[in-house]
Design a protein around this ligand. Sequence first.
Ligand code: GLA
Length: 372
Amino acid sequence: MRAPLQDAAWMPFCLVWMMMACGGRPALKQVYEKDFFIGAALNLDQIDGKDPKASALIETHFSSITPENILKWEPVHPEPDRYVFEPADRFVALGEKYGMHIVGHTLVWHAQTPRWVFEDGPGKPAGRELLLERMRSHIRTVVGRYKGRIHAWDVVNEALEDDGSMRKTPWFNIIGGDYIRKAFEFAREADPDAELIYNDYNLWKPEKAAAAVRLIEGLRAEGIRVDGVGEQAHWALDYPPIGDLDSALKVLASTGVKVMITEMDVSPLPNPWNYTGADIMFNVEVQEKLNPYPKALPDSMQQKLAARYGEFFSLFRKYSAISRVTLWGVTDGQSWLNHWPMRGRTNYPLLFDRNYEPKPAFNAVIRAAKKP
Ligand code: GLA
């Protein structure tokens, strides 16, 4: 996967070539070539080439792609006997065209999964056997279609609570705690060579990192191979504390599986969780406070964001277990954080701005790659 440029004598020529190829800027995927894949989550327009400026950035800077939505259960398998594969076929073809590491996201999750999956006819909950059979046939069909072409799968997404307990999703409630083992078994059956990942958020929290380790080790004790653990990395200026993240990465890496940063974005906006729904909906002052930069991110904030990105990437480079860092989008304009956890904000969580230009955060990430 990594093809290091061994011969130091070539480095100056390579750097010049890289910069010429990218309009005078180094390419992310090249400066991190020896460390990890640099990935981006793609939306449908980007997959379909309808956003040419984004396409240019994707081709130049990223060595891995993940679909933001199209391989989730709801879009890919909306009805029991209907699969919609055309967008995913185009996504995989795009990754192959550029020789990218292609990630499938995600097979078993409680969100963006149609209600019928958990029902045995309208309103009647499905039983364990029916749900297991559905899971198996979904995984066999989707993973099997791209066998050998999608290189890694987020098999189970978000199965843990922050306190380390199992999240009581319909999968858990209907099948029981072994639904995770089953999902990995079915995925392995469908593509023995794919890299199979457990993916979750807030794995920088000690209780949750410990729970992920127990999960992976428990599966291993039952003979199930998990290849990677993904920390989603939806972060902000004030969390996670870098020391906590460092400790968590150490703990996750100690399992011996690869560690991936799978959905990274860093929000520079204030956290709306402290306000109630009514405040957010009807109080103009609160709304302004929570959406403080509707036109542009001020330079002082750009610098704070850049410093955060810089420290994160410097930390990632310390861990040889980290095999991929994927940004959850290409440009700020596309980010889900413009709509969540409250609608209508202007957020700035990624490395390229709304005009497809690299931000100070981009430069900080490049600088982090060059530090010894
Ligand atoms: C979770 C999911 C992603 C995406 C984000 C929000 O992290 O894993 O697929 O839906 O939420 O965009």
